[in-house]
Design a protein around this ligand. Structure first.
Ligand code: UDX
Length: 438
């Protein structure tokens, strides 16, 4: 099928590449001419495993191309996917101005039937507004349908998530549009859930909020574990073995970050308030998440007394492993707060060093070339992101490098007993008392 993706950001680019891989003919549109030029030159603006190869393969197979012309995109695609940013506003509600602008642009170029798909994460009822906007700006009599088709990809495994999704959600109210949508997804052989448009939109916010709720639930339990001398890893294993609960997203740590969860939970709270039904449970999810970093900093302060002029090594800057994305990264917030207290931070991340150089406080920290270099002379080592390479570090060399053998493991990556054998003092999240006695 001929498909167009408007917006070549994270979701747009990966979706476009995967649709092309599935055999569709895809045009990706972006209004950033420089980005389009670099994509045409084969440069991928994000680090995402497997994406570069997929883009190159499908560009040379002539199933994928890039343009800055919306008109060309509207002309090409039977189905037009809108995948533009929906950033948060100061009050947490979603800024839909890019959606609105693209809807107007599409309307201007519509000459025959098209399906217009909301791929971006949007508040419930956005599809209705997109349809009204297009109707208002399109030539009279021109036919179209609006569909919601939320994306559930995770950064770091986006290609795998897109090629082998758990489910496809398609929300719409026209059989003609739904038939086209189902045809697009046939090659993916995934379960398809067809719903009305409002339910599809709601599913995305509901799914991300539930996952964030699981994370905050285990983080709240971690606090109880610390006080009561239990080990949160065992608790997670014990409750996660119940199929109704499941073990995934029960990793206690510094809390969730990234470009989706913090924004989507805030948005869902704002949406619920606009609907007159404040979702207070989610406010607690947020405050538990914020508390994680406060509690962790308190514990570091307790160990070092004052942070000013103390050399602190931080391993990990990306918001999770397998990505170079530092947007809303808890690791970055942590470094920022350490720097604000006058600590001398040396940081290392396997993939995010380039992005780290663009952080506003980059000149105030030392960006190290390796994990061990960052730890050189440090009074404490903080693990902020659970990159696998940190788990296999040479503990003898680490002990040698550090000034004081103290590890604060914000992601419960290391085995407390193993690090203690090398003479380290260790503190994780929710395994404090038991681990310390070990
Ligand atoms: C998330 C959703 O998983 C995805 O379905 C949606 O489309 C976009 O938002 P992503 O932001 O890429 O994806 O990352 P994810 O792997 O979900 O992790 C989000 C955050 O939660 C990370 O900061 C991670 O460290 C944290 N997390 C995750 C935990 O703290 N504990 C866990 O058990 C799992």
């Amino acid at each position: 099928m001929k498909l167009t993706i408007i917006g070549s950001g994270y979701v747009g680019l990966t979706t476009g590449a995967c649709f092309a891989e599935a055999g569709h003919h895809v045009v990706c549109v972006d209004n950033d001419e420089a980005k389009v030029a670099s994509l045409l030159a084969g440069e991928i603006p994000i680090f995402e495993p497997g994406l570069e190869a997929l883009v190159k393969k499908n560009v040379s197979a002539k199933r994928l191309r890039f343009t800055s012309s919306t008109e060309e995109g509207v002309d090409h695609g039977e189905v037009l996917f809108i995948a533009v940013p929906t950033p948060p506003q100061a009050d947490g509600s979603v800024d839909l101005s890019f959606m609105e602008k693209v809807a107007r642009e599409i309307a201007q170029y519509l000459t025959s039937y098209r399906v217009i798909v909301d791929k971006s994460t949007v508040p419930v009822k956005t599809g209705e507004r997109v349809a009204h906007t297009i109707r208002r700006h399109a030539k009279p009599g021109v036919e179209f349908d609006v569909v919601s088709n939320p994306e559930f990809l995770r950064e770091g495994s986006a290609v795998a998530d897109l090629m082998k999704p758990d489910r496809i959600v398609i929300g719409g109210n026209s059989d003609r549009a739904l038939a086209l949508m189902q045809k697009i997804y046939e090659p993916f052989m995934a379960p398809v859930l067809v719903t009305d448009i409002n339910s599809a939109e709601l599913i995305k916010h509901a799914a991300n909020s539930f996952l964030a709720l699981k994370i905050s639930y285990i983080n709240a339990l971690a606090e109880i574990c610390e006080i009561s001398g239990a080990d949160v890893l065992k608790v997670a294993e014990g409750i996660g073995a119940d199929k109704r609960i499941g073990r995934s997203f029960l990793n206690a740590g510094l809390g969730y970050g990234g470009s989706c969860f913090p924004k989507d939970i805030a948005a869902f709270i704002a949406i619920s308030e606009q609907l007159g039904l404040p979702f207070n449970l989610l406010k607690e999810v947020q405050s538990i998440n914020n508390r994680q970093i406060d509690r962790f900093l308190d514990a570091i302060r307790e160990a070092l007394w004052v942070l000013k002029d103390k050399k602190i090594a931080v391993w990990g800057l990306s918001f999770k492993p397998n990505t170079d994305d530092v947007r809303c990264s808890v690791a970055v917030t942590l470094v920022e707060r350490l720097v604000a207290e006058g600590a001398l931070v040396s940081a290392y991340d396997p993939k995010a060093m380039e992005k780290a150089r663009e952080l506003p406080f980059a000149s105030k920290i030392q960006l190290s070339a390796s994990a061990l270099e960052a730890a050189q002379g440090a009074e404490v080592l903080v693990i902020a992101t659970e990159w696998p390479e940190f788990a296999s570090v040479d503990l003898a060399a680490l002990r040698e490098a550090m000034h004081t053998p103290l590890i604060f493991d914000g992601r419960n990556l290391l085995d407390p007993a193993a690090v203690r054998d090398f003479g380290f003092q260790y503190r994780g999240i929710g395994r404090g008392v038991v681990a310390e006695r070990g």
